[in-house]
Design a protein around this ligand. Structure first.
Ligand code: PRP
Ligand code: URA
Length: 209
């Protein structure tokens, strides 16, 4: 396994997590905070992106500078992944965006695909798959399968709340993929929900329940 697991441990992140876990937090604050967490995570996740050395002429001299060597492609898993996008794209405004539509069957917990569209440059890009919740790991594993079929090989997963089961699944199915999550919770319940988690992230983001 050469993929790494990074669990954030930062006071701002803990503060924002407390807010989105709270069952009394309404749609507006939930949505805004998920986006803010996305921005905080983007800063750390992009720390090791490859750069190219360039010479830049300033008004008074020549500066040895660095620019991103690869394009960045962000792929939110619909729907909940959309909630982190505003924050992430604020930090990486030049990123291209793909989309994967998946929903988890309530009984079998298996992911079902209903949409996929990727930018043509994805093969050579640094790809960030975004989904706030890593429960059984079935959805993220399937998303990685789809992205690998394009030929892309530089793939990371960025999420907020993970269950140990989901982390294990990704490390087993895709040991080459880096995993970045804000927190690892205790376990899954019998319905595949993360405990204590934050409930159904898609429903809380979009007010569908
Ligand atoms: C949720 C969540 C993940 C998935 C996690 O999506 O956003 O995509 O479940 O579960 P897993 O790790 O067991 O696959 P859901 O299927 O509820 O769809 P939604 O985002 O449209 O609500
Ligand atoms: N999807 C969610 O939105 N929440 C969970 O706890 C598990 C899957």
């Amino acid at each position: 396994m050469n993929g790494k697991l990074v669990v954030f441990n930062h006071p701002l992140m803990h503060h924002k997590l407390a807010l989105i876990r709270d069952e009394n937090t309404g749609t507006k604050d939930f949505r805004q905070t998920v986006s803010e967490i996305g921005a905080l995570m983007a800063y750390e996740v992009t720390r090791e992106l490859p750069t190219t050395k360039v010479k830049i002429k300033t008004p008074v001299g020549i500066a040895e500078s660095y620019t991103l060597a690869k394009e960045v492609v962000i792929v939110p898993i619909l729907r909940a992944g959309l909630g982190m996008m505003e924050g992430i794209t604020a930090l990486i405004p030049t990123a291209k965006v793909g989309h994967i539509g998946l929903y988890r069957d309530e009984v079998t917990m298996e992911p079902h695909q209903y949409y996929a569209k990727f930018p043509s440059i994805i093969k050579d890009a640094a790809v960030l798959i975004v989904d706030p919740m890593l429960a059984t790991g079935g959805s993220v594993s399937k998303a990685i399968d789809l992205i690998k079929k394009t030929g892309a090989s530089n793939i990371s997963y960025v999420g907020i709340v993970a269950a140990p089961e989901g982390i294990k699944r990704i490390q087993t199915d895709h040991p080459d993929v880096d995993i970045f999550v804000a927190v690892v919770d205790q376990k899954l319940n019998e319905h595949g929900y993360i405990i204590p988690g934050l409930g159904d992230c898609g429903d809380r983001l979009f007010g569908t329940k």
